[in-house]
Design a protein around this ligand. Structure first.
Ligand SMILES: Cc1cc2nc3c(=O)[nH]c(=O)nc-3n(C[C@H](O)[C@H](O)[C@H](O)COP(=O)(O)OP(=O)(O)OC[C@H]3O[C@@H](n4cnc5c(N)ncnc54)[C@H](O)[C@@H]3O)c2cc1C
Length: 466
């Protein structure tokens, strides 16, 4: 909750506010509640100050002001952090969500996007030229947090993790300096921001390499009854490790929603689904997808030609703002019979019908990048098993968090021992679950160089090396 007594001197604050091109918001100001709102309804926090930045100059001013007043800060891009890192009680919220411009160079196939963009912004601008970069599969997610953690979605097997297409960033350091990082300039910082999250500073813009995609791809969802879960999971996993790289899919243990494409008597029934993207020519997709259709006839088959931007928005409404969320995950290199048994035994037992265990296919281009090329590691993973608990009644919080933890624990013995940093719902999780010891050491040294006082600490936090 916000403190009742302001902790900052009014005169200094007025001077700071006057110097902004964006705006400074406090409790009661128009737009304050909208600006502090984040995706996960678990984190309803009231910052003392919200700086709605209009550009890098405001970000620099906010960092300097927070340092001078000893304020804790949180950084908000798209606001989708499941553990609530982009919200703060008291202190200062540095809100980048008004910084949403995108400049595409169709000739050079690059885009520079401001850090408040959502994936829907970047997809919209790049798809005008039939181009895209690997983005998240929910287009109201922010590009900033997703990219800084590594990033994967429907193009991951064809074009690698999001960071594999990152060309450079502009970043405001804990001292309030603006630096550029790329392979050529500040290369160690550039290594660190490609997977090391928001530990080193506030990125104000990202420059991406773009790739030809669509605009029409083959995508959508196939559904089968829950009774087919084990056989299908084994078949799917074996198929995906050798599938064409144009094909990226997510296998999911779900309960059927009350939707028009589901027969009414099946609403709420246990089922498995395969979210699909074939990012190649539609003609090529038929033989690639036929084995799934032949293995077991789907009860609903909604995979077909679809604009890439529409595919990116397809499940947006299944994960709306304001619901309560918790997540955990594990990387796997294979899904053995035993792993499949473990998943099947627990995955349909969620207390909430909206919750699911989803297994994202990785590998392909993401697996070909050297392990030490970026802070985003575990390149040998072929699957990311993600448990997403979704519920609405706060009285059911404990049961829903418990279920996600139980599923995570059931899958863990079959995993690599690491997990995707961006899908950890637990604030303060030990970073040894995300990074190898060599990567942790390198990140800690980088942290000591760029943020020795750990000013940026609302993230998967890397302690500065001594
Ligand atoms: C519904 C949903 C779907 C998702 N789907 C995917 C998916 O398909 N693929 C995937 O890879 N991940 C996915 N994620 C996870 C997602 O990558 C993370 O939640 C990510 O943090 C979201 O980025 P954001 O900008 O919206 O987050 P925010 O909550 O705004 O930021 C999260 C944290 O990132 C850091 N940060 C944000 N902006 C900056 C910045 N400009 N500079 C420095 N640090 C910054 C800060 O530490 C901040 O606290 C999903 C999450 C949700 C809730």
């Amino acid at each position: 909750m916000a403190t009742t007594e302001p902790s900052v001197a009014p005169s200094a604050l007025e001077g700071f506010a006057r110097g902004l091109r964006g705006s400074l918001l406090r409790t009661g100001d128009a737009g304050y509640d909208e600006a502090r709102r984040v995706h996960n309804g678990m984190h309803d926090r009231e910052p003392e100050l919200i700086v709605r930045c209009a550009g890098p100059a405001d970000v620099i001013a906010a960092v300097k002001y927070a340092r001078s007043e000893g304020l804790d800060v949180a950084i908000k891009g798209g606001g989708h952090s499941v553990p609530g890192y982009s919200s703060i009680a008291g202190g200062m919220l540095i809100d980048l969500s008004a910084m949403r411009s995108v400049r595409v160079d169709p000739e050079a196939r690059t885009a520079r996007a401001e850090a408040g963009c959502l994936w829907e912004d970047l997809d919209h601008e790049t798809q005008a030229f039939g181009l895209a970069v690997t983005g998240g599969q929910v287009s109201h997610t922010g590009i900033a947090g997703l990219t800084l953690g590594g990033g994967f979605g429907y193009l991951v097997r064809k074009y690698g993790f999001t960071v594999d297409s990152l060309l450079s960033v502009d970043l405001v350091t804990a001292d309030g300096a603006l630096v550029h990082a790329s392979e050529a300039e500040n290369p160690e910082l550039f290594w660190g921001v490609r997977g090391g999250g928001g530990n080193f500073g506030i990125v104000t813009s990202f420059e991406y390499r773009l790739h030809p995609v669509g605009p029409i791809v083959t995508g959508g969802m196939m559904l089968w009854p829950g009774t087919a879960a084990r056989d299908l999971l084994r078949f799917w996993a074996d198929y995906m490790v050798q599938a064409r790289e144009e094909l990226t899919t997510q296998f999911a243990f779900i309960h059927l929603p009350p939707a028009p494409f589901v027969p009414e008597d099946a609403w709420g029934a246990a089922a498995v689904g395969m979210l699909t993207c074939y990012a190649g020519s539609p003609e090529q997709s038929a033989p690639v997808l036929a084995p799934f259709r032949e293995f077991r006839t789907p009860i609903a088959d909604m995979v077909g030609p679809i604009p890439y931007v529409a595919l990116q928005q397809m499940i947006n409404e299944l994960v709306p703002h304001g619901n309560l969320y918790y997540s955990t995950g594990n990387y796997l290199t294979e899904i053995s019979d035993e792993a499949a048994d473990a998943m099947v035994s627990i995955a349909h037992s969620a207390p909430s019908p909206m919750s699911f265990l989803g297994i994202f296919s990785l590998g392909g281009a993401a697996g070909r990048v050297a392990e030490d090329a970026t802070a985003m590691g575990t390149r040998n993973a072929r699957f990311s098993a993600e448990v997403i608990s979704i519920w609405v009644d706060p009285a059911e919080t404990e049961a829903n968090i418990d279920w996600a933890r139980q599923v995570g624990a059931a899958v863990r013995p079959f995993g690599t021992g690491s997990a995707y940093v961006n899908l950890m719902g637990e604030p303060g999780a030990d970073v040894s679950s995300f990074y190898s010891s060599a990567t942790r050491q390198r990140l800690a040294e980088l942290k000591a160089a760029y943020d020795p006082t750990n000013f940026f600490n609302r993230n998967a936090n890397v302690a500065p090396a001594p």
